[in-house]
Design a protein. Sequence first.
Length: 475
Amino acid sequence: MNIADLLKSEGLLLQEIALKGWVRTFRSNRFIALNDGSTINNIQCVIDFENTPEETLKRINTGAAISLKGTLAESQGRGQSLEIQVSEIEILGDSNPDEYPIQPKKHSFEFLRENAHLRMRTNTFSAVMRVRSKLSFAVHQYFQERDFNYVNTPIITGSDAEGAGEMFKVTTFKNNNAPLTEDGKIDYSKDFFGKETNLTVSGQLEAETFAMSLGKAYTFGPTFRAENSNTTRHLAEFWMIEPEVAFMDLDGNMDLAEDFIKYVINYVLDKCKDDLAFLDQRLTQEEKSKPQAERSEMSLLNKLKFVVDNNFKRVSYTEAIDILRNSKPNKKKKFQFPINEWGADLQSEHERYLVEKHFKCPVILFDYPANIKAFYMRLNDDGKTVRAMDVLFPGIGEIVGGSQREERYNVLVEKMKSLDIEEEELWWYLDLRKFGTAVHSGFGLGFERLVQFTTGMGNIRDVIPFPRTPQNAEF
Ligand code: 4AD
Ligand code: MG
């Protein structure tokens, strides 16, 4: 049996129970707090220490794996309603208390990151990882219930969908030993794939081929970006969910993103009550250690409910610029990047001002200037904005980026020319506009940013099992 089921089931009192798990604490030579990972809750196991060999008692250390049998009883002690009166105990795997890094005390997240292989044995990380798992199931359930096709797009590609040049190269050439062309450049025609390749930054371009054939598709896979940004919201390897839908315009895209996010958050509010209650408490404690002015006004659970219960505010980029230009921090020169004119790219300080200070709710910004967005977004009739949208969240900033796609062949070719994107590279993408083109749209949701929001974790490195960031690829 696992502890989650045991604590849920009624009518097991006085029954014989067998459990396996890891010792969290052992006190007074009698009380083991046992956890098996199935729930945030431990079960108290009471040892009959007079009849347990001294040798065994010595081996019941924090971190040890044990197997035990006993009867389930109502607990006399405070802090729990049930306990196991142990009749048999076996040490499966010892844990040397002088060496085990995860002591029964508060560890810093930095320390736990260095021990990422063991940090899932703490309350916080086990809760985060269970919520992450449920969230990913909810993602599939949402799309599957709506007849979207799950598509696995390639991880190795020749394209840079976002045009930001932040790619990890994939090659089999050995150090300093690559064959060169006559003009001294590396000759990728002799490389494994016969061309230059990289790890994908997005599955969108390939997902579009599925939208334009199966109608509704989504990806959910790893993406890679070699951006050298050491922030609490960037990873070099992260998971992205990218739905793509034929015959859907930007309004439909905004509706889909909002409905989808609310669904998955609702799902975990329902399925992860214990873990979220724990994470809510944790965050409340953490907030108390901050100066008053920086504290969040809402608890984690209230934040989640607020997002689920309220409409996201939809605002055009042009309106947002007006708001920002006239905002207090802009006038008082508090922004690191002052907003002077239309066309400025928004930094996370601006996004957070709009969400946290001005609107105080999630915001969808749309119709951005064409020249700060990717090549594939549909040009508006004004000739200067594109049908882009970003969903901005409190504490996170951008959680979703998406757009209606440019479906007009000539307009797309012109755009690619102006950005020096070679037609030969994306001939197949252009074919979608040549044969049976249609309005279509989609977006990308950064899965880790969603997990961050849902669990209230401040650093994105703490919501993925083994983070990849600049200078760090341990484990
Ligand atoms: O806004 P982005 O770059 O959009 C795309 O890649 C589009 N092709 C998506 C589409 O329309 N199908 O990235 C989408 C989201 C961002 O909003 C953010 O949540 C997340 O991916 N993201 C990152 N998450 C973690 N670490 C990084 N380095 C990220 N870069 C983007
Ligand atoms: Mg973006």
